[in-house]
Design a protein around this ligand. Sequence first.
Ligand SMILES: Nc1ncnc2c1ncn2[C@@H]1O[C@H](COP(=O)(O)OP(=O)(O)O)[C@@H](O)[C@H]1O
Ligand SMILES: [Mg+2]
Length: 575
Amino acid sequence: MMKLFRMLKPYRIPIIFILGLVLLQSLAELYLPTLMADIVNFGIVKGDVPYIWQIGGWMLVIAIAGTACSVIASYLSSRTAGGFAKQLRSRVFRHVENFSLQEFDKLGTASLITRTTNDITQVQNVLTMMLRMMIMAPMMCIGGIFMAVSQDAKLSTIFLVVLPVLAGAIALIGAKGLPLFKQIQKKLDRLNLVLREQLTGIRVVRSFNRGEHERVRFNGANTDLRDASIKVNVLMATLMPVMMLVMNFSMIAILYFGGQRIDSGNMDIGSLIAFIQYAMQIMFSLIMVSIIFVMIPRASASAERINEVLDMQPDLSDPEQPRSMKSLQGTIEFDNVTFRYPGAENAALSGISFTARPGETTAIIGGTGSGKSTLLSLIPRFYDVTEGSVRVNGTDVRELSQEDLRAKIGFVPQKAVLFTGTIAENIRHGKDDATMEEVIHAARTAQAENFISEMKDGYDSLIAQGGNNVSGGQKQRLSIARALVRRPEVYIFDDSFSALDFKTDAKLRAALKSETTEAAVLIVAQRVSTVMDADRILVMDEGRIVGSGTHKELLANNEVYREIVSSQLTEEEIA
Ligand SMILES: Nc1ncnc2c1ncn2[C@@H]1O[C@H](COP(=O)(O)OP(=O)(O)O)[C@@H](O)[C@H]1O
Ligand SMILES: [Mg+2]
C-alpha cells in the first residue's frame, strides 16, 4: 500500500495542512480537561466566580478552535483522498489499455473492473481515515498518558494493566482479519463475474430457460460473500464488547482508587474529573487504532490487487527503436509461422507461409477451430508468433511500434462490436477526424447507407449499449464501415460477411474492390460464394494451410476444398 501512497506526492501541501490541523485539534482536546480540573479545584471549591468565568471562556474558545480545525481537516482529507483515487483509477485504466490480450485472459475482465472500482474505493476510504487518525491516535494516546500522569502519577498505574489487554485485542484483529479481508475481495470478484456473464448473456439465459440455473449460481456466489463477511463481523463483534468491558472496568477502578486517594487527601476532585477524561481519550485513541487496524488489512489486500495490475508488464512491448515502414505498401507476409496460445499444448498454427500483395484479395476458408481467427490476430500483433515471422509492408511487426502498425490496419472482428453513441461516432472510431463525406462514403461502400437513411435520425441515430438496437447484419456493416473509413493499407475481415444475405455480400465485395486497389485484403469466410472470386484462396485445416490457389485450381486438385464446396453449392454453381 505504501507503494500506492507514493503517488500522493502532488498532494504534499494539503497533507501537511491536514496533519498540522489535526495536531492542533488534538492539542486542544488534550488541554480542555486540565482547564476543567482548574475550574473545579480553584474556582468551584474556593467559590471564585470570576475565575470560573475566565477559565470557562477560555475553554469555549479552545473548543471552538478545535472543532474548526477538525472540520477543515475533514474537508481537506476527503478532497485529497478523492483526488488520489481519481488519479489512481485513471492510472490503472491507462495501464490496462496497454495490455495485450494475454493479460486480459490472465486477470479476467470482471476482476479488472472490481480492481478499478471497489478496490480503489477501499484504499481511498482508508486514506481518508489515516490522514486524520495517523496523528490523532498516537497524539491522544501518548499525550493522554502524559497528562494523566501529570494529574496523578500513582493512579496512572492502572494503565499498566489496561493498555496491554487492549493492545492484545487489536493485534488479534490485525492477525485474524487480514486473510479474511483478502477472501472477501476474491468473493466479490466472483460475484461480479457471475453477474456480468448473466447480464450480458441475458438473451441466451432467457431463451434456454437457464434463469433458474443462473439464479442458483448467483445465490452461490452471493452466499459465499455473505459468509465471509459474517466471519469478519463475528470477529469484530466479539472483540468490540471485550474492549468496552475492559474500558468500563478500568473506569470503575479509576473511580474506586481515585475516591480513596481523595479521601486520604492525596488528590483533588478536579484532578479526578480530568483524569477520567484523559482515560477516556486514551482508550478512544486505542479504539481508533483498532479501527485503523481493521481498515488497513482490508485496504492493503485491495492495494495488493491494484499493484498486481500496475506491475503486470504487457507481454508485448514496443521495440526500443521502432522502425518506420514505407516500402511495400499493402503487403502481408507470413514466413513459416508457428503459434501456440500461452499454456496450450498444441500449436494453433504451424508452418504458415503466404504473401498477400497490394490490390489482391486473399481469402481463407476452413472449418471452425482451424485457426483462421488466430492467424488474423497475429497481423495487428494481438499476440506474438512462437516461431517464424509476420511482416506487414515488408517489416516484421515486432520491429514496429504497435500504434504505427495498427494505424495501417482496418480490422473487422468476427464478432461485431459497437459502442454507445451515434452511428456517425461509431464509424469515426476508425478515424477520429473523418469528415461527414468520408463517413457517408464508408457507409455506402459497406452497404449500410440504405438502412441508416431509413432510421429516424440518420447518422445521428443512437446505438444502444452493445449495439442491441440494430440487427446482426447491420452491426456487421457498421463495423465494416468503421474499418473502411480509415482507408488502411491492410484490410482484415474475420468472417465479417456471415450475417449478410448473398446479394448484399456480393454488392459489398464489388464496392470494396474499387476501394482497395493498393491495399492487401484478407477475407476469412465460411461461405464458398464469398471467397470464390478471390485472387488466392488458402484452405486451412487444423492450423495448417492444406491448399492454396484460385477457386478453379483448388477444385481441380484439393480434396478438402472440394468437400467444402460440394457441401455448399449445387452442381451447376460449381461449374
Ligand atoms: N484465447 C485463446 N486461448 C487459447 N486457445 C485459443 C484461444 N483462441 C482460440 N484458441 C484455440 O485455437 C484454435 C483455433 O481457433 P480459431 O483461430 O478461433 O479458429 P477459427 O477462427 O478458424 O474458427 C482452436 O482450437 C481454439 O480452441
Ligand atoms: Mg474464427
